[in-house]
Design a protein around this ligand. Structure first.
Ligand SMILES: NC(=O)C1=CN([C@@H]2O[C@H](COP(=O)(O)OP(=O)(O)OC[C@H]3O[C@@H](n4cnc5c(N)ncnc54)[C@H](O)[C@@H]3O)[C@@H](O)[C@H]2O)C=CC1
Ligand SMILES: O=C([O-])CC(=O)C(=O)O
Length: 306
């Protein structure tokens, strides 16, 4: 296996570290800034002796080293600062994602693409259109991260183990994201039963603002430990052809009554990418929230002028 990570910044470099330490694939780390991918890859390689991994890790400013990749993860782009929404990144990041998709695809025509760059739903849509690839092969990071945050907040609030939480956050990776208490469970019990309405509301609000909360602390950029762990979880499912269910930003073609839009929904991930889009039995209110979220993403997609 060979995995390319484009963008050797906070998310990309931490992801490269997580992946090389799993020792299941060669890793190519690419960035536009000279020296950064080379230096970070060299630094990581020097941990092989003590950590005991055997796969290759190369850093470069050129896509030659990425040729023949099975998976390409795109983290290239700018991150937001305090006071900004993810949407404000769209102009610069759309240009970057377009270029990265074209250059990566030219040398890895069979790869599965995982988009991280924000605003991720619109960037995943852009990547689909630029590449012309089937929707199974391009999807984005959203629900795994947002669900991980919800699980952390539930663990703190209800004094349970985060590992026992099966979270369900869908829709946009942005202000209109939707937390689904009926489909979020702790040891099989729905959050809608475990917590009163006010607590559910507070947990949902903190989840929706989870990214901004970290930006507020860090000041210079956004979260990267949980994001890189979330992408590694997605990569793992593809590498192992596991069929594991998780929520990702996927192109909808009639599912949930929505078409021609990218939105966070439950999917099964395997070697070919999205094996299945899972349609939960949402009630009218739950479906209305997902539709409203799709409208927010559609506005961003329209701004791409594709
Ligand atoms: N979808 C999600 O859940 C998440 C998305 N993100 C997004 O991921 C992106 C990256 O975040 P960070 O790693 O924290 O940012 P960062 O600023 O630490 O790293 C970004 C890297 O991209 C590189 N880059 C810029 N243009 C490039 C190009 N044309 N080709 C190759 N590399 C290029 C930069 O040189 C930099 O090293 C941001 O857009 C951020 O909003 C971050 C966390 C979660
Ligand atoms: O908040 C940001 O801008 C980065 C991101 O998407 C997240 O951490 O959820």
């Amino acid at each position: 296996m060979k995995i390319t990570v484009v963008g050797a910044g906070n998310v990309g470099a931490t992801l490269a570290q997580r992946l090389i330490e799993k020792d299941f694939a060669d890793i190519a780390l690419v960035d536009v800034v000279e020296g950064i991918p080379q230096g970070k890859a060299l630094d990581l390689r020097q941990s092989a002796n003590v950590l005991g991994f055997t796969h290759k890790l190369i850093g470069s400013n050129s896509y030659e080293v990425t040729a023949g990749s099975d998976i390409v993860v795109i983290t290239a782009g700018i991150a937001r600062k305090p006071g900004m929404t993810r949407d404000e990144l769209i102009g610069i990041n759309a240009r970057i994602v377009r270029e990265v998709v074209e250059k990566s695809l030219a040398v890895s025509s069979n790869a599965v693409f995982i988009i991280v760059t924000n605003p991720v739903d619109a960037m995943t849509y852009l990547a689909l259109k630029v590449s012309g690839l089937p929707r199974e092969r391009i999807f984005g990071l959203s629900g795994v991260l947002d669900g991980g945050r919800l699980a952390a907040f539930i663990a703190e609030e209800l004094n349970v183990d985060a590992r026992d939480v099966v979270p369900c956050v869908m829709g946009e990776h942005g202000g209109s994201m939707v937390v689904y208490p009926r489909f979020t469970t702790v040891k099989g019990m729905p959050l809608s039963v475990l917590a009163d309405a006010a607590k559910q509301q507070a947990l949902a609000e903190r989840t929706v603002n989870g990214g901004a909360e970290i930006v507020g602390f860090l000041k210079t950029g956004s979260a990267f430990y949980a994001p890189s762990a979330s992408v590694a979880h997605m990569v793992n499912a593809v590498v192992n052809d596991s069929g594991t269910r998780m929520n990702c930003a996927a192109y909808l073609d009639g599912e949930y009554g929505l078409s021609d839009v990218v939105l966070g929904v439950p999917v099964r991930l395997g070697r070919r990418g999205i094996e299945e889009i899972v349609e939960l039995p949402l009630n009218d209110d739950e479906l209305a929230a997902l539709k409203a979220s799709s409208e927010a993403v559609r506005k961003l997609i329209a701004a791409l002028n594709l």
